[in-house]
Design a protein around this ligand. Sequence first.
Ligand SMILES: NC(=O)c1ccc[n+]([C@@H]2O[C@H](COP(=O)([O-])OP(=O)(O)OC[C@H]3O[C@@H](n4cnc5c(N)ncnc54)[C@H](OP(=O)(O)O)[C@@H]3O)[C@@H](O)[C@H]2O)c1
Length: 295
Amino acid sequence: MIWLVGNKGMLGTELTHLFEVNKMHYVGTDREVSILDLEAMRTFTKDKDISWIVNCAAYTAVDKAEDEVELCRALNAQGPENLGTLAREIGARVLHISTDYVFSGTPFLEKGTPRPYREDDQTGPTGVYGKTKQEGERLLMAAALNSIIIRTAWLYGKHGNNFVYTMLRLMKEREAIGVVADQRGSPTWAYDLASAILHLINLPKEKLSPGIYHYTNEGETTWYDFAREIYRLGREQGLLERDCVVNPLTTDQYSTKARRPAYSVLSKEKIKALGVTVPHWQDSLARFMYQLAKA
Ligand SMILES: NC(=O)c1ccc[n+]([C@@H]2O[C@H](COP(=O)([O-])OP(=O)(O)OC[C@H]3O[C@@H](n4cnc5c(N)ncnc54)[C@H](OP(=O)(O)O)[C@@H]3O)[C@@H](O)[C@H]2O)c1
């Protein structure tokens, strides 16, 4: 049986949907079985035959994290460690989600151009969120060596606040908006990531080596060009009824409490070698917005 932890979050909701559609044998929990309470976790799993623990629970408020260091550290570092400890006790395996924010945002260069971060590249998080996620990776692997960690980035989906919803709201409210144009990454549809997770946990055990894997949608862009594509599709699909001008901003012009990585494109070669499909971000965004328009 799979235990889906954090089933009410953005990714957790997509996984719940996929587990239902694929008739997987699973149980889902959110805050009611806190990943900070090892005893409660032991009690919950006592009478269940859990083989996979898929962890989507986390502290994800990147800016607020700068002021809530202890809570962020508890959820992002101690939580995964607790899951690893429990997994070892009950003979289960953990699949945990991490982030591009573990990297500094200064790319490694190949022939003078930035190359996507690989799984074994040096990390160097700059903010509290990234630092605690990095610590969570380390503590989980120390507690349960056979764990799987998937780093992802720029996630959006049907459930919860995310960049696509924020842009659509602002584009409805305003005649012009400014969006950061000097940070590069890969928008990722939570549904695609959930599909990749499903693929991995269905693989024969011997095919899935423990360790870190990267998954985002294919291609790379800036927040500005991502916003322009949301606008184009929004107009095309009738989600936006009036004009809005999208203007480029620099990071310095749009200050946030936590610094964002200037470059956070991730290499997907390792996960693709396992047969995982990686749709292009523009194709996935179009599918997502088509579904929004239909709904
Ligand atoms: N969102 C992104 O852009 C992004 C990018 C890269 C990586 N990631 C990673 O992807 C994963 C999923 O992200 P997401 O955006 O789906 O997160 P999310 O929507 O914030 O979901 C996290 C869930 O965990 C729950 N939770 C909070 N405290 C808990 C506790 N003590 N025990 C159990 N559950 C608890 C939250 O409940 P409440 O809502 O009530 O707090 C929420 O339902 C995370 O590991 C995140 O770090 C996200």
